[in-house]
Ligand binder design. Structure first.
Ligand code: FAD
Length: 152
């Protein structure tokens, strides 16, 4: 379990795999760890948060994908005067409308990725994102207000 398997080198994954091993071998429960759609963050400056497939991986896996991309200055910086930008990108499998990738760069990206991980694990579609009311004025509201496909 954990890093030594060279699968997904993250603390929560190692803990989950350790629990699954103990439950299976000593607890009489056959527990499988689901490694799909693990939300991750890079605590750099700017911060990065990501869930699911990259655009390249999605294009390999699905016949058609829709990309939604937004680069903007978070509302909070209109007060601080800082010029730091935020980037958000949604990758949608056209055939099912499922959001299969989400990538965020900017303040609190890791926090957003954790919550996106729940909705994406539940199979959220772009229509579900669109039907979700925005929390204003947040940066995360951009995730539910992107309407125009990015043509590259
Ligand atoms: C710089 C850095 C930053 C990271 N940041 C994050 C992060 O922000 N978030 C996150 O989720 N993950 C992060 N990780 C990854 C995370 O630390 C690992 O995925 C996690 O610790 C894996 O747990 P593990 O129990 O598998 O291995 P480890 O935590 O490496 O534990 C293995 C233990 O085995 C011991 N050991 C090795 N060989 C032997 C031996 N022969 N006999 C006895 N003991 C031995 C080691 O000393 C160690 O204590 C980071 C890793 C690094 C290096």
């Amino acid at each position: 379990v954990g890093d030594v398997t060279d699968r997904v080198a993250l603390t929560p994954v190692a803990i989950r795999e350790g629990h699954a091993f103990a439950d299976t071998v000593f607890g009489g429960k056959d527990i499988q760890v689901d490694h799909d759609l693990i939300a991750t963050a890079v605590f750099s400056q700017p911060e990065i948060g990501t869930v699911g497939l990259t655009e390249a991986q999605a294009r390999d896996k699905y016949k058609e994908v829709d990309i939604y991309k937004s680069v903007f200055r978070p509302m909070r910086h209109t007060l601080s005067g800082r010029d730091e930008k935020m980037l958000m990108k949604l990758i949608v499998a056209t055939s099912t409308d499922r959001v299969v990738g989400c990538h965020i760069m900017g303040p609190d990206a890791g926090e957003m990725a954790q919550l996106l991980g729940i909705s994406m694990k539940m199979g959220a579609t772009k229509a579900d994102f669109d039907a979700t009311m925005a929390v204003h004025p947040t940066a995360a509201e951009e995730l539910v207000t992107m309407r125009t496909k990015w043509e590259g």
